[in-house]
Design a protein around this ligand. Structure first.
Ligand code: GRF
Length: 196
């Protein structure tokens, strides 16, 4: 694919950025339909920002502290529009977003969540799956809507829960699956979405 035809993607992070790194790595493939135009964060100290800079990706960081939700989201929105972004991938972005921001990116913003949605929206997903006696955990890539972790699921990967699993051991196996699932699901979504 000609690099100029790749859809510009922004990745929003708050922390370590391992899913972000997987998306950046996947974007190096010639046939990947997206190119990472910007990594943005509400946390200027996010480890992922350093990873992005080292990979030569433009970054934008602005703390949300002391700002109204709408005002902070407007700052992020301006940075995304200025960078010519067409798709947004949330990757460990620990912010509840305003309805206006979410609506502005409807159908173009995806998230990865570490559970088999609709199970275990919100936090602490692996502990909740183990305590419920579930046979499997996993991860889901979904469209972002104003309701937390509620949008249409476009891809999932299941991981068996084995005897002795803790939230940490399960999280580590699910995270590996996330790094495979997210780039593949995003690429498939962007390909299917072209022209829309
Ligand atoms: C991942 O488990 C992701 O599913 C969840 O937050 C975590 C982010 O990890 N939304 P990382 O920053 O991508 O390493």
């Amino acid at each position: 694919m000609n690099v100029t035809m790749k859809a510009p993607l922004a990745i929003l992070i708050s922390g370590r950025g391992s899913n972000m790194a997987a998306l950046i790595e996947a974007a190096r493939a010639e046939d990947c339909p997206y190119a990472v135009a910007l990594v943005a964060s509400n946390n200027p100290d996010a480890d992922g920002l350093r990873i992005a800079r080292n990979a030569g990706i433009a970054t934008f960081a602005h703390s949300h502290k002391g700002l109204e939700r709408e005002d902070f989201d407007a700052i992020i929105d301006r940075a995304l529009r200025k960078a010519g972004v067409r798709y947004v991938a949330l990757a460990g972005y620990m912010r509840i977003m305003s309805d206006a921001f979410v609506r502005g990116w409807a159908g173009r913003m995806l998230n990865i969540h570490p559970s088999l949605l609709p199970k275990y929206k919100g936090l602490d997903t692996h502990r909740r799956a183990i305590e419920a006696g579930d046979a499997e955990g996993g991860c889901s890539v979904h469209l972002v809507t104003p309701t937390l972790d509620d949008g249409e699921v476009i891809a999932q990967a299941s991981i068996a829960i084995v005897p002795g699993d803790t939230a940490e051991t399960l999280a580590a196996r699910v995270l590996k699956a996330e790094h495979q699932l997210y780039p593949a699901a995003l690429a498939a979504y962007v390909r299917g979405h072209v022209g829309r």
